[in-house]
Write a protein of this length. Structure first.
Length: 265
């Protein structure tokens, strides 16, 4: 299994397409931060927050993360890499874990620009604001901007960013069974993005339903998992990480249950 993981990570680091996607993520992170800075100054109309959301980490990760999942998994079905691995004696669970690890690393790289931009923005002491569309790293940037951070708070900020990365990885872990089942990148991207929009709508309306709110709180798609700030307690972060890890394990188990019985042609 370690050899499979090393091979997938090597392909990931050498992929020009992945480098392009990371560059897009970096550009989007810069654009979202600049817009969040200009809005409270009155240089950009507050009605532009919809465009701001397009460049946010939440939206870009949904799109680019699903694209990378399709490339990593579906691409290896198309070029018969997975077929060759199975015929060479590799266990199917090892193949699934290898692809999941590669996807997780790719998502960390995609989110790295947002982490850096958020930390840099907070260090300036400037005010950032995007209204109600601030989610994930953008929420951290807007919620804590304009404040002088103490040394102890810097450590907590790093913990919050790490927790958010785990939440995003958990959300995108749904792409693993989708990619293994569908084997077509375009279907993975379309279905996951549509699903993420549906979850966002349902999560937004869950405030009026205790049952729906409870259901979403037990998944990484719950709003409170993506709305973290320095006021978030260590217990809440630990709970979010626990829910995310369990969700990832469940997605991998679903994938293995179906993939171990499927015929590879």
């Amino acid at each position: 299994m370690l050899n499979l993981i090393r091979a997938d990570l090597f392909k990931l680091m050498k992929s020009q397409a992945v480098k392009v996607l990371i560059a897009i993520s970096a550009a989007s992170a810069m654009i979202s931060a600049v817009m969040a800075y200009l809005i409270p100054l009155g240089k950009i109309d507050t009605r532009m927050t919809g465009i701001e959301f397009m460049f946010s980490d939440m939206n870009m990760t949904c799109i680019l993360g699903a694209v990378i999942a399709g490339m990593i998994i579906c691409g290896d079905f198309e070029n018969k890499t997975i077929h060759n691995a199975i015929s060479s004696g590799s266990r199917r669970y090892a193949i699934i874990i290898s692809k999941a690890v590669a996807l997780a690393v790719a998502l960390m790289l995609l989110l790295l620009p947002y982490s850096i931009v958020t930390a840099a923005g907070l260090s300036t002491g400037y005010k950032f604001d995007v209204g109600s569309v601030g989610i994930g790293f953008l929420h951290v940037l807007t919620a804590e901007s304009g404040n002088v951070m103490e040394i102890a708070e810097i450590g907590k900020l790093a913990a919050i960013m790490l927790t958010l990365i785990i939440v995003y990885i958990a959300q995108l872990s749904l792409c693993v069974p989708l990619a293994f089942f569908l084997k077509k990148p375009v279907f993975v991207v379309a279905i996951y993005y549509g699903f993420s929009i549906l979850c966002a709508q349902l999560a937004g309306g869950s405030e009026s339903s205790s049952v729906l709110s409870r259901i979403f709180s037990l998944t990484p798609y719950g709003n409170k998992h993506a709305l973290m700030a320095l006021e978030t307690t260590a217990g809440d972060m630990a709970r979010t990480i626990g829910i995310s890890v369990i969700f990832i394990a469940f997605m991998l188990a679903v994938t293995f249950t179906a993939f171990r019985k499927s015929e590879i042609k």
